[in-house]
Ligand binder design. Sequence first.
Ligand code: PLP
Length: 394
Amino acid sequence: MIYADNAATTKLSEAALCTMTDLLREVWGNPSSLYTHGQEAKEVLEKAREEIAAVIGASPREITFTSGGSEADNQAIRSAAERGRIKGKKHIISTAFEHHAVLHTLEKLRKEGYEITLLDVHENGLVTPEEVGAAIREDTCLVTIMTANNEIGTIQPIREIGAVCRARGVLFHTDAVQAVGHIPLNVADDNIDLLSASAHKFHGPKGVGFLYARKGILLSNLIEGGAQERGKRAGTENVPGIGAMATALKEANANMAQNAAYLTKLRDRLIAGLKEIPHSALNGDEKRRLPGNVNFCFEGIEGESLLLLLDDKGIQASSGSACTSGSLDPSHVLLAIGRVHDVAHGSLRLSLGEDLSEEDIDYIIRSVKEVVTYLRGFSPIWRDLMSGKKEFIL
Ligand SMILES: *Cc1c(COP(=O)(O)O)cnc(C)c1O
């Protein structure tokens, strides 16, 4: 089996699995309990907090554990919106191709009376710091722009965007779920006020993540209850998950340079191979993208059939994002970079992992070529394109 859907989720690392099973078996006390076994669990939590903070250049008190990336995004945005409302500032800037955890939260805020500006991400899938600066107003309370896109992998100039926000006194949140553990990030150097991350995107377990909030930024809680997480996130902590998340992040961080170099090599080999397919195009900037991300559109076919036939060949990939598969709407990310509906439907995302070899990449290239040719053979759209009834876009 060739697993090429690491943007959807990653396999739990052996080290994280070990931490998790050890904690499940040995440290099952409630961290809020004052007796020894509870305090052992508390120590696991605080050690994980220190280790995670160290990786991103934060201090432990700035880390709040959550149930994952979606919750961290919701809490970050809700908190900044609430602080803004108190000051009479109800304008938020984001982009059209954020994850739905961000976009749907913003849509709700719009209904609650906030004004939302969604910046264009252009054909290359990038925003510029100048455009962010130009969109900032007197009443802007938050800029939220993802570090790396989950579908097309483009990496935003977040340090420069953060600097613009800092200079104008506006909070900057970044959904860094695809970036943490994969590319270097430092909340201080990168001028980040709020950052979301999720363990299962860096070989940790599902259902756990964290929110970084710079000292002095008051978080609003989404979940009311006990005083866990300094009163900002009620509920008995997921101690085994949090411990395993710290193990996975330390491991990913230690191997980051080596993994990124290897994945970049595989990625560029795959891009070069798929480019040979006529009437195809890479989505997103070719170089400013995550080391393992490849995303193509092939004219005249449907992504869903492509996926099923690749699955038959043992290749697991994705078309659009996992959250939207099952619906027939094309990906909002591909539409945001200007792909028309027909073309956006024929998309394929391959998000690579370190376990793949160059032979695997060559097998993927051969398989995609075969399947695209086969599908075009009986595609009515392809027939119209070939006969000149329709014009090629790619
Ligand atoms: C996966 C993902 C999320 C959601 O994280 P969960 O832990 O699955 O809730 C948010 N943003 C991005 C960019 C993602 O890739």
